[in-house]
Every structure is written in structure tokens, then in C-alpha cells.
Design a protein around this ligand. Sequence first.
Ligand SMILES: NC(=O)c1ccc[n+]([C@@H]2O[C@H](COP(=O)([O-])OP(=O)(O)OC[C@H]3O[C@@H](n4cnc5c(N)ncnc54)[C@H](O)[C@@H]3O)[C@@H](O)[C@H]2O)c1
Length: 423
Amino acid sequence: MAVEHDIRDIDLEHGGRLRIDWASQEMPVLRSIRDRFEKEKPLDGIRISACMHVTTETANLMQVLQVGGADVVLCASNPLSTQDDVAASLVANNEIPVYAKKGEDNDTFFEHINAVLDHEPHMTMDDGADLVSILHTKRSNLLENIIGGTEETTTGVIRLKAMAKDGALKFPIVAANDSDTKHLFDNRYGTGQSTLDGIIRATNILLAGKVVVVGGYGWCSRGIAMRARGLGAQTIVTEVDTVKALEAVMDGFQVMPMATAAPIGDIFVSATGDIHVIDTHHLEVMKDGAMVANSGHFDVEINVKGLKAMSTGDAKLVRPSVQQYNRKNGKGAINLIGEGRLVNLAAAEGHPASVMDMSFAIQALAAEYMLKNSDTLENKVYVLPEEVDQEVARIKLEAMGIKIDTLTAEQEAYLNQWQVGTH
Ligand SMILES: NC(=O)c1ccc[n+]([C@@H]2O[C@H](COP(=O)([O-])OP(=O)(O)OC[C@H]3O[C@@H](n4cnc5c(N)ncnc54)[C@H](O)[C@@H]3O)[C@@H](O)[C@H]2O)c1
């Protein structure tokens, strides 16, 4: 009999299995951790409740944790990001309880978070801090079991740091996001490519010759802007941070306020972690047929409520992930992609496996680190030591067949002295 679950359809397992194995081929770093975990069982007997996007890459991570001895359960960190065949495969082939259905309503989303908490975890693995937040507010009776947790994304880390600052955080967290081999690659190259993949799959538009407006110039948005330009779009960046704005200018992008870009753009995509970056006064003046999407963690970056209020009647579903709103002001249609939720997961498959390889290697090592250091860690947000990044990068380079130089003894000595300067 299958383990406990609430998924769409267990008969989808075969397709899920094939796709999970396909992703695994691109995840050499995680595979090497798997080999070690299989021998050492560092997570033996530990119950881990994970709230993450249910994708092929996450499935590989869950299996590594399980091989390492953990008892893992999984729910979705976003109502639209679940890949139902992956959920089915984890239940059918790995006996991992999964609670996630693509398109689940908000009540079900929170029921599923509660279901993974019913497993009384020793450790949490979160993407956006919803699990930790519910644990601290509605399920605080479970806190005494918890050794620590890990967090995958920028928005989650911001929320957890705010909790720590208020003295509200009741267990230590490792911010996987803040490791270099995570955000430098996942946020930039992963979000960069997969966000455009989501927009293209949803709309099938040609980006060459279009005006793409990117909200933000942080790790994710920088990647999106870079890739939009690479596909031939005239790319505009909006920012609130002067240094980032200057960087965008020097990287060759047009930089302007969103209000100036709003009537010019064809496609808008925001990835800032901030609220209402694309607000009603922007939506009011956009061109007929403008497309808007979000790749930030929560569905707050576009003022969707405002868009609904300024439109006549209900939105028309014009393609599977595109809702068309007709504005009352006579300016025509606005196309909302993926309901304003993470477009790369709502309309595509999330980040490619090769980049999640490093992010999830960091997650697996973070779980191990948390256990090993549980006696000394305080209720704060930690980053893994730099050597872990070096090691992840080393294995990745090796798997890519790339060799690099090492410091000679002379260079090592030179870089560690202060006496030799100008000759
Ligand atoms: N789609 C994905 O798969 C994915 C992957 C990783 C992270 N994320 C999420 O993407 C968001 C951004 O993450 P990041 O790592 O790039 O963060 P970051 O801090 O590197 O960048 C955010 C940028 O947005 C700018 N910003 C803030 N408010 C703004 C506004 N009103 N207008 C214009 N710019 C504004 C900030 O100045 C900053 O430069 C977070 O919510 C994160 O959780 C999504």
C-alpha cells in the first residue's frame, strides 16, 4: 500500500520517474553527495518536513535525504508549481509521502503544509518560510522537537532574518540561498533562463524586437535582463537601489522608473521580492495587449487585485497560462501570465537541473551541517562556511571536465605577506 499522500493521480508515476532520472543526469554534485550519504547515513532517524516546489530536481534532493537516513515528507511551496507526475513518482517509487496538487486552492495549500507538520519534524526545509511561519504561529506545540531548518530563497531568508531580529525565531536556520554556489548561479542563470522559458511557453511570442521591462536588477532580475537581451529584446530595467541601477546602466541597459516604462513596454516581468512593483497606475497606461509576469517568490509584485478592479467582467483564459483582462478605461487588454505567480514554475518547469544541482547540494549539506552543529547553533540565520562553496564548485567543475590552476607555493607565500610592495 502507498504511503500517506494527497496528490493528483498516482498513475502518472511512470512519466514522473523518467523525468526525475533525466534531471539526475545533470546533477553530478548531488549524486556525489548521495554516494557519500549512502555509506555514512548522516541523517539517520531524522524526520524532515519539506515545503518546496515539487519538481524533478526536488525529487532528486528528497531521495538523497532519504538515502542519508532521513524520513522525508514533502508539500508544495507554491500552489501552481507542482509537477503532478513527480509527486506521483515519489509516492509510488520512493515511499515518500507527498501532499501537493498543481492548481490547489489556498485552503488545500495550507492543509498540505499542516499535513507535513503532522509528521512532527526534527528539521524543516522551506522555500519562502511559509512552513516555519505556520510552525511558529499555529503549530508551536511542535517547536520542541525541532533541531533546525534550511531556507531556499531570498524572500524566505528576509522573513527569517526579520523573525530572528524580533527574537521570534525558535530554532536555527541555514540560509541555503546565501551560499555563493546557490544565488550566483540559481538566481541568476536559473531564474534568468527559466523565466523567459515560462513566458515563451505561455505565449509563444518572439522576443526579438519586443520591449521587455524587467523590475529589479538583483540576482534574479539581472539574469532575466541578460537573457532577454540575448534573445533580441530591447530591455529596460527599473530599480530603487542606486548602485544596482548604475550597474544596469553600465551593463548597457536603459534604466527608468516603472511609470515611464509602463506605456513603452510589450512584456513586463518583475523579480524583486517587493510588493506592487507593477501597480495599478502602471497597468492603467500599458499598451493594448501588454503582457505581465512575475518571477519573485510571492504573487504580490503585480497588483492583480487592482488589475481585476480596473477590468470589465472576468478575465478570459486565452491560453493555458494566460488570463486576458479588458480594461474599463478603453485602453484594451492586459495579459497576465501564470496568475502573477512565479512564472518559471507556473508556466515552465522551473530551473534546469544543472543549476539546481548546486542549490540542492547546498541544501543536503546544510541539513548535515545543522545536525552536526546543533549543540552550538543559536536561533539565528546562518550561512554555510565558504569551504562548502569551494567544494561544491570543485565537484561541478570536475563533472564539467574543466581544470583550473592552483596556487604555487611562491604565490601562496606572496598572497599571505605584506612586506613586498612596489619594486
Ligand atoms: N523564480 C524563481 O525561481 C526564483 C529563484 C530565486 C529567487 N526568487 C525570488 O526572486 C526575488 C528576488 O530575489 P533576488 O535573489 O534577485 O533578490 P535581490 O535582493 O538580489 O534583488 C532584488 C532587487 O530588487 C530591487 N527592488 C526592490 N524593490 C524594487 C522596486 N519597487 N522596483 C524595482 N526594483 C526593486 C532591489 O533593489 C534589488 O536590487 C525574491 O522574491 C526571491 O525569493 C525566485
